[in-house]
Design a protein around this ligand. Structure first.
Ligand code: ADP
Length: 242
């Protein structure tokens, strides 16, 4: 019979192995999907010769689908990093605005393609520096902004803002998209959960983005929540300034 220490060690080794497997597979998948991406891009850019309209449309669909898979694999990689949570944070005092701007920049070509306006409402006064792990905070911002884009219609507007309230910074991401149905509001920060209206708009998704965002925000002693409005949803999160 195993004693409890041996059992715990075995369980923890099994967990490590399965995490390694997820992380290794995700890396492999990402490499292959990136190769597919560049081949599709070359074809779409007509580097391999002219295309009929139908071929161009089909390749465009394949490209978008591949992009969604890349994002899914990105979520898998993030989650496998987060499982090894406690020691992997490196906090540094910094102004969060450049980080927000750099994340907005990442999404520029996608929003341009879809006619979406991504508007950063900068604070009028200077913001206090906050102690954050920049790489982890980037994951939070990427997930919230990516969702706002995904669940919006073409030509919509998305507003990102940072303000201060008492001893906190409040970051918000507001969209005019599909919103979150009342009956599922308690579930959306749960691992793998996707609301039916989201799944029918975009079939590929991991349901890991908000789960990761919540873990990261809470590790920064902040809170994350959302409010529905008649059109769309606003996500908020706080970071303590002291
Ligand atoms: P994914 O977007 O991959 O499905 P997330 O964990 O990022 O997973 O989000 C979980 C669920 O929360 C989504 O499937 C969707 O139902 C809902 N959701 C998140 N952000 C938005 C948004 N901006 N508008 C509408 N629904 C959203």
């Amino acid at each position: 019979m195993q004693n409890s220490e041996t059992t715990n060690k075995t369980e923890s080794n099994e967990k490590d192995t399965s995490q390694d497997l997820v992380s290794m597979s995700a890396h492999q998948l990402r490499t292959s999907l990136s190769a597919v991406k560049w081949i599709l891009k070359m074809l779409i850019d007509k580097d391999a010769g002219p295309l009929t309209l139908e071929q161009e449309n089909l390749l465009g669909k394949a490209y978008e689908s591949n992009e969604r898979m890349i994002s899914l694999v990105g979520d898998m990689l993030n989650i496998s990093k987060l499982e090894d949570i406690e020691n992997s944070y490196h906090f540094e005092k910094q102004d969060i605005s450049p980080l927000v701007e750099s994340v907005l920049f990442e999404f520029m070509s996608e929003t341009k393609k879809r006619g979406i306006e991504l508007i950063f409402l900068k604070a009028t006064s200077s913001l206090p520096e906050v102690s954050i792990d920049g790489n982890k905070m980037r994951i939070v911002l990427e997930n919230l902004i990516e969702n706002a884009i995904k669940y919006s219609d073409d030509d919509d507007k998305i507003f990102v803002s940072i303000s201060t309230y008492e001893d906190n910074l409040i970051v918000s991401v507001k969209d005019n998209g599909i919103g979150i149905p009342d009956e599922v509001q308690g579930k959306i920060f749960t691992k793998f959960y996707r609301a039916p209206n989201a799944a029918s708009k975009i079939s590929v998704g991991s349901g890991l983005g908000l789960f990761s965002a919540k873990k990261i925000v809470e590790r920064h002693s902040g809170k994350i929540w959302f409010e529905n409005s008649p059109h769309g949803v606003t996500f908020y999160f706080t970071i303590p300034t002291e």
